[in-house]
Write a protein that binds this ligand. Structure first.
Ligand code: ATP
Length: 232
């Protein structure tokens, strides 16, 4: 696997920029005029209670909305510096190809290279290499799609609760890989797993009932919530 080249100055200053971003389904508006900047080549983590609109926000960032249903809509301004994205969705994908087919003839080496930080993950996925991704055990299909995203060098990787269905070991593999990935690509991670969020976040967005109620660097968000409450 080729190394990802260092970011150019232009890339380093790029951001995902949303202004008055709204999204919803049919007559229902779920997100209400969100404005935020997400740093490029960093990991942004989206937190919030169930039903607050985290997945809807991630969907709004996806270029290719095929398969989202005709009633999904997005309004407002959204600037995405690149069009190439990889998505690890919340729901199991209808991917009939195997991980081996998706990774190509050097699948085993690619697995070892992608998971050099967690060799046990490479071994586990290698054993499942000949099964269609859609039929992999819960949790592992997410790691399989993450592997493909990394191997394909997508500059923007969007993940919706990738920790779901993983064992403790699986979450540790995921955390290690995301820690590396955030230095190489731009990552937007929706999660309910606070230790994972804390570990990988460079920037945090907090949603509640479709509104952006906080956005901050992790140090402020996790370590100084009291201070923020009194000063904001
Ligand atoms: N396809 C859809 N059609 C209509 N409403 C939807 C659809 N998907 C989500 N919603 C509604 O949008 C609201 C936000 O859902 P969303 O899945 O974005 O929240 P979430 O924060 O990701 O929740 P969770 O953590 O439970 O996954 C919810 O009230 C949900 O019922």
């Amino acid at each position: 696997m080729k190394a990802v080249p260092p970011a150019s100055r232009k890339e380093r200053s790029a951001v995902i920029q949303a202004r008055d971003l709204g999204a919803g389904y049919g007559p229902r508006a779920v997100l209400a005029k969100l404005s935020f900047d997400l740093p490029w080549r960093r990991a942004s983590v989206v937190l919030g209670p169930g039903g607050s609109g985290k997945s809807t926000l991630l969907r709004a960032l996806v270029n290719d909305r095929l398969g989202d249903g005709a009633d999904f809509w997005v309004r407002g301004q959204l600037t995405l510096p690149v069009s190439a994205q990889a998505v690890v969705p919340q729901g199991r994908p209808a991917e009939s190809r195997t991980l081996g087919e998706l990774l190509g003839p050097d699948a085993r080496q690619t697995l070892e290279s992608v998971w050099a930080c967690a060799p046990a993950a490479a071994v586990r996925l290698d054993r499942l290499r000949e099964r269609p991704v859609a039929l992999l055990p819960e949790g592992l299909w997410r790691l399989a799609l993450l592997t493909v995203a990394i191997a394909n060098k997508a500059p923007l990787v969007l993940l919706d609760e990738p920790e779901v269905g993983l064992s403790g070991d699986g979450v540790r593999w995921l955390a290690r890989r995301l820690l590396m990935l955030r230095a190489e690509r731009t990552v937007v991670l929706v999660t309910q797993h606070l230790p994972l969020a804390r570990m990988v976040a460079d920037h945090v967005l907090l949603l509640d009932e479709g509104m952006l109620v906080d956005q901050a660097p992790p140090r402020h968000f996790f370590d100084e919530p009291e201070l923020r409450r009194h000063t904001c």
